[in-house]
Design a protein around this ligand. Structure first.
Ligand SMILES: Nc1ncnc2c1ncn2[C@@H]1O[C@H](COP(=O)(O)OP(=O)(O)OP(=O)(O)O)[C@@H](O)[C@H]1O
Length: 238
Protein backbone atom coordinates (compact mmCIF):
# COMPACT_ATOMS: atom_id res chain seq x y z
CA UNK A 1 0.00 0.00 0.00
CA UNK A 2 2.90 2.36 0.81
CA UNK A 3 6.40 1.77 -0.51
CA UNK A 4 9.18 4.13 0.48
CA UNK A 5 12.19 3.40 -1.71
CA UNK A 6 15.58 4.91 -0.82
CA UNK A 7 14.08 8.20 0.34
CA UNK A 8 16.56 11.03 0.91
CA UNK A 9 15.51 14.54 1.90
CA UNK A 10 17.87 17.41 2.59
CA UNK A 11 17.25 20.80 4.17
CA UNK A 12 20.18 22.78 2.76
CA UNK A 13 23.28 20.72 3.57
CA UNK A 14 21.53 18.68 6.25
CA UNK A 15 20.21 15.22 5.42
CA UNK A 16 16.99 14.91 7.42
CA UNK A 17 16.17 11.51 5.88
CA UNK A 18 18.94 9.33 4.51
CA UNK A 19 18.24 6.47 2.08
CA UNK A 20 15.17 5.22 3.95
CA UNK A 21 13.20 2.25 2.62
CA UNK A 22 10.00 0.87 4.16
CA UNK A 23 7.08 -1.19 2.90
CA UNK A 24 3.67 -0.92 4.55
CA UNK A 25 1.24 -3.58 3.34
CA UNK A 26 -2.55 -3.85 3.33
CA UNK A 27 -3.92 -4.79 6.72
CA UNK A 28 -0.90 -3.47 8.63
CA UNK A 29 -0.64 -0.92 11.40
CA UNK A 30 2.94 0.25 11.01
CA UNK A 31 4.54 2.32 13.79
CA UNK A 32 7.37 4.76 13.14
CA UNK A 33 9.47 5.70 16.13
CA UNK A 34 12.57 7.77 16.72
CA UNK A 35 14.02 10.56 18.86
CA UNK A 36 13.10 14.23 18.42
CA UNK A 37 14.49 15.41 15.10
CA UNK A 38 15.03 11.84 13.81
CA UNK A 39 13.20 12.53 10.54
CA UNK A 40 9.72 11.12 11.16
CA UNK A 41 7.69 14.20 10.19
CA UNK A 42 9.90 14.79 7.15
CA UNK A 43 9.27 11.21 6.00
CA UNK A 44 5.54 11.46 6.67
CA UNK A 45 5.16 14.78 4.83
CA UNK A 46 7.09 13.31 1.89
CA UNK A 47 4.69 10.34 1.79
CA UNK A 48 1.69 12.68 1.71
CA UNK A 49 3.03 14.77 -1.16
CA UNK A 50 3.41 17.85 1.05
CA UNK A 51 7.20 17.93 0.87
CA UNK A 52 9.37 17.39 -2.19
CA UNK A 53 12.31 15.05 -1.70
CA UNK A 54 15.73 14.77 -3.26
CA UNK A 55 16.22 11.09 -3.99
CA UNK A 56 14.22 7.88 -4.07
CA UNK A 57 10.54 7.35 -4.70
CA UNK A 58 7.31 6.81 -2.77
CA UNK A 59 4.53 4.63 -4.14
CA UNK A 60 0.97 4.72 -2.87
CA UNK A 61 -0.94 1.64 -4.00
CA UNK A 62 1.62 1.23 -6.79
CA UNK A 63 1.49 4.87 -7.98
CA UNK A 64 4.43 7.25 -7.58
CA UNK A 65 3.63 10.35 -5.56
CA UNK A 66 6.05 12.22 -7.81
CA UNK A 67 4.31 11.17 -11.03
CA UNK A 68 0.67 11.37 -9.96
CA UNK A 69 0.30 13.17 -6.63
CA UNK A 70 -3.44 13.75 -7.05
CA UNK A 71 -4.35 10.09 -7.48
CA UNK A 72 -2.17 9.24 -4.45
CA UNK A 73 -3.74 11.95 -2.31
CA UNK A 74 -7.23 10.62 -3.08
CA UNK A 75 -6.25 7.36 -1.38
CA UNK A 76 -4.54 8.94 1.62
CA UNK A 77 -5.76 10.55 4.81
CA UNK A 78 -3.16 12.61 6.64
CA UNK A 79 -3.40 13.71 10.24
CA UNK A 80 -0.60 16.19 11.01
CA UNK A 81 1.14 16.51 14.36
CA UNK A 82 -0.72 19.73 15.09
CA UNK A 83 -4.43 20.01 14.30
CA UNK A 84 -4.16 23.41 12.60
CA UNK A 85 -7.65 23.53 11.11
CA UNK A 86 -9.66 26.43 9.68
CA UNK A 87 -10.42 28.12 12.97
CA UNK A 88 -13.15 30.39 11.61
CA UNK A 89 -15.27 27.47 10.36
CA UNK A 90 -17.63 25.49 12.55
CA UNK A 91 -16.78 21.80 13.01
CA UNK A 92 -19.60 20.71 10.70
CA UNK A 93 -18.63 23.23 8.00
CA UNK A 94 -15.05 21.98 8.17
CA UNK A 95 -16.15 18.35 7.78
CA UNK A 96 -18.39 19.25 4.83
CA UNK A 97 -15.53 21.22 3.27
CA UNK A 98 -13.24 18.16 3.47
CA UNK A 99 -16.04 15.94 2.14
CA UNK A 100 -16.49 18.38 -0.80
CA UNK A 101 -12.76 18.32 -1.57
CA UNK A 102 -12.85 14.52 -1.78
CA UNK A 103 -16.20 14.41 -3.62
CA UNK A 104 -17.94 12.35 -0.94
CA UNK A 105 -21.67 11.82 -1.63
CA UNK A 106 -24.26 13.40 0.66
CA UNK A 107 -25.40 10.04 1.99
CA UNK A 108 -21.87 8.76 2.70
CA UNK A 109 -20.76 11.96 4.43
CA UNK A 110 -23.90 12.12 6.58
CA UNK A 111 -23.44 8.50 7.65
CA UNK A 112 -19.74 8.89 8.40
CA UNK A 113 -20.04 12.24 10.19
CA UNK A 114 -22.86 10.90 12.32
CA UNK A 115 -20.99 7.65 13.11
CA UNK A 116 -17.62 9.18 13.99
CA UNK A 117 -18.89 12.37 15.67
CA UNK A 118 -21.09 10.23 17.93
CA UNK A 119 -18.24 7.82 18.57
CA UNK A 120 -15.81 10.61 19.55
CA UNK A 121 -18.55 12.49 21.44
CA UNK A 122 -18.23 15.61 19.31
CA UNK A 123 -21.75 15.77 17.85
CA UNK A 124 -23.01 18.51 20.17
CA UNK A 125 -19.94 20.67 19.45
CA UNK A 126 -20.07 20.50 15.65
CA UNK A 127 -22.00 23.78 15.38
CA UNK A 128 -19.31 25.62 17.38
CA UNK A 129 -16.47 27.48 15.63
CA UNK A 130 -13.20 25.52 15.71
CA UNK A 131 -11.45 28.35 17.53
CA UNK A 132 -13.65 27.50 20.54
CA UNK A 133 -12.38 23.87 20.57
CA UNK A 134 -9.79 22.49 22.98
CA UNK A 135 -6.66 20.86 21.54
CA UNK A 136 -8.16 17.40 22.06
CA UNK A 137 -11.43 18.41 20.36
CA UNK A 138 -9.48 19.72 17.36
CA UNK A 139 -7.58 16.44 17.25
CA UNK A 140 -10.86 14.50 17.28
CA UNK A 141 -12.19 16.68 14.45
CA UNK A 142 -8.98 16.04 12.47
CA UNK A 143 -9.46 12.29 12.98
CA UNK A 144 -13.10 12.44 11.83
CA UNK A 145 -12.14 14.53 8.79
CA UNK A 146 -9.51 11.94 7.90
CA UNK A 147 -12.09 9.16 7.86
CA UNK A 148 -14.67 10.98 5.81
CA UNK A 149 -13.51 9.80 2.35
CA UNK A 150 -12.88 6.22 3.48
CA UNK A 151 -9.15 6.35 2.64
CA UNK A 152 -7.11 3.25 1.86
CA UNK A 153 -4.05 4.54 3.67
CA UNK A 154 -4.04 6.63 6.83
CA UNK A 155 -0.82 8.45 7.69
CA UNK A 156 -0.69 10.06 11.11
CA UNK A 157 1.92 12.10 12.94
CA UNK A 158 1.63 11.65 16.70
CA UNK A 159 -2.15 11.04 16.58
CA UNK A 160 -2.62 10.35 20.30
CA UNK A 161 -1.28 13.68 21.55
CA UNK A 162 -4.06 15.58 23.32
CA UNK A 163 -6.64 12.79 23.19
CA UNK A 164 -8.26 11.71 26.44
CA UNK A 165 -8.04 8.00 27.38
CA UNK A 166 -11.45 7.17 25.95
CA UNK A 167 -10.75 8.91 22.64
CA UNK A 168 -7.32 7.20 22.47
CA UNK A 169 -9.01 3.86 22.98
CA UNK A 170 -11.57 4.61 20.27
CA UNK A 171 -8.88 5.74 17.86
CA UNK A 172 -6.92 2.52 18.42
CA UNK A 173 -10.10 0.52 17.81
CA UNK A 174 -10.86 2.51 14.65
CA UNK A 175 -7.30 1.98 13.40
CA UNK A 176 -7.59 -1.79 13.86
CA UNK A 177 -10.98 -1.89 12.14
CA UNK A 178 -9.61 0.12 9.22
CA UNK A 179 -6.78 -2.39 8.74
CA UNK A 180 -9.08 -5.39 9.19
CA UNK A 181 -11.10 -4.00 6.24
CA UNK A 182 -7.95 -4.08 4.09
CA UNK A 183 -6.63 -0.57 4.74
CA UNK A 184 -3.19 0.31 6.05
CA UNK A 185 -1.86 2.74 8.64
CA UNK A 186 1.54 4.36 8.99
CA UNK A 187 1.95 6.53 12.08
CA UNK A 188 4.63 8.08 14.24
CA UNK A 189 4.55 8.03 18.00
CA UNK A 190 6.70 8.59 21.05
CA UNK A 191 4.37 6.46 23.14
CA UNK A 192 6.18 3.14 22.94
CA UNK A 193 3.66 1.26 25.08
CA UNK A 194 0.93 2.13 22.56
CA UNK A 195 3.13 1.17 19.63
CA UNK A 196 4.02 -2.13 21.25
CA UNK A 197 0.40 -3.13 21.83
CA UNK A 198 -1.09 -1.74 18.63
CA UNK A 199 1.39 -2.16 15.80
CA UNK A 200 1.88 -5.18 13.57
CA UNK A 201 5.20 -3.77 12.41
CA UNK A 202 7.55 -1.06 13.57
CA UNK A 203 10.49 0.91 12.22
CA UNK A 204 13.06 2.79 14.29
CA UNK A 205 14.82 5.76 12.75
CA UNK A 206 17.77 7.71 14.06
CA UNK A 207 19.46 10.71 12.49
CA UNK A 208 17.43 10.12 9.32
CA UNK A 209 18.62 6.53 8.94
CA UNK A 210 16.64 3.36 9.49
CA UNK A 211 18.11 1.40 12.40
CA UNK A 212 15.72 -1.53 12.35
CA UNK A 213 12.30 -2.58 11.09
CA UNK A 214 10.09 -5.64 11.00
CA UNK A 215 7.25 -7.29 12.86
CA UNK A 216 6.93 -6.33 16.50
CA UNK A 217 8.19 -9.83 17.38
CA UNK A 218 11.24 -9.50 15.16
CA UNK A 219 12.15 -6.06 16.47
CA UNK A 220 11.64 -6.55 20.19
CA UNK A 221 11.81 -10.32 20.78
CA UNK A 222 11.12 -10.98 24.46
CA UNK A 223 12.15 -7.50 25.61
CA UNK A 224 9.97 -4.39 25.76
CA UNK A 225 9.95 -2.01 22.80
CA UNK A 226 11.20 0.73 25.13
CA UNK A 227 14.18 -1.41 26.14
CA UNK A 228 15.05 -2.23 22.52
CA UNK A 229 14.59 1.39 21.46
CA UNK A 230 16.86 2.77 24.18
CA UNK A 231 19.46 0.10 23.55
CA UNK A 232 19.55 0.70 19.80
CA UNK A 233 19.67 4.47 20.24
CA UNK A 234 22.57 4.06 22.66
CA UNK A 235 24.46 1.55 20.49
CA UNK A 236 24.60 3.84 17.51
CA UNK A 237 26.00 6.65 19.68
CA UNK A 238 28.82 4.45 20.96
N1 LIG B 1 11.83 23.20 7.46
C1 LIG B 1 13.01 22.76 7.93
N2 LIG B 1 14.14 23.43 7.65
C2 LIG B 1 15.34 23.00 8.09
N3 LIG B 1 15.51 21.88 8.84
C3 LIG B 1 14.40 21.18 9.14
C4 LIG B 1 13.10 21.59 8.71
N4 LIG B 1 12.18 20.70 9.17
C5 LIG B 1 12.90 19.78 9.86
N5 LIG B 1 14.22 20.06 9.85
C6 LIG B 1 15.29 19.27 10.46
O1 LIG B 1 15.22 17.95 9.94
C7 LIG B 1 15.46 17.00 10.96
C8 LIG B 1 14.27 16.05 11.05
O2 LIG B 1 13.15 16.78 11.53
P1 LIG B 1 11.70 16.09 11.67
O3 LIG B 1 10.73 17.18 11.98
O4 LIG B 1 11.46 15.28 10.46
O5 LIG B 1 11.94 15.15 12.94
P2 LIG B 1 10.89 14.30 13.83
O6 LIG B 1 11.46 12.93 13.92
O7 LIG B 1 9.53 14.43 13.28
O8 LIG B 1 11.02 15.02 15.24
P3 LIG B 1 9.96 15.17 16.46
O9 LIG B 1 9.85 13.85 17.10
O10 LIG B 1 10.62 16.19 17.33
O11 LIG B 1 8.67 15.68 15.86
C9 LIG B 1 15.72 17.78 12.25
O12 LIG B 1 17.12 17.91 12.41
C10 LIG B 1 15.11 19.15 11.97
O13 LIG B 1 15.82 20.16 12.63
Amino acid sequence: MLKINNLTKRYGDKKAVDNLSLHIQKGEIYGFIGHNGAGKTTTIKSCCGILNFDEGDILVDGVSIKDDPLSCKKKIAYIPDNPDLYEFLSGIKYLNFVADVFGVSRQDREERISKYADMFELTKDLAQPINAYSHGMKQKLAVISALIHDPKLIIMDEPFVGLDPKASHLLKQTMREHCDRGGAIFFSTHVLEVAEKLCDKVAIIKGGKLITSGTMEEVKGDASLEHVFLELEGEKDA
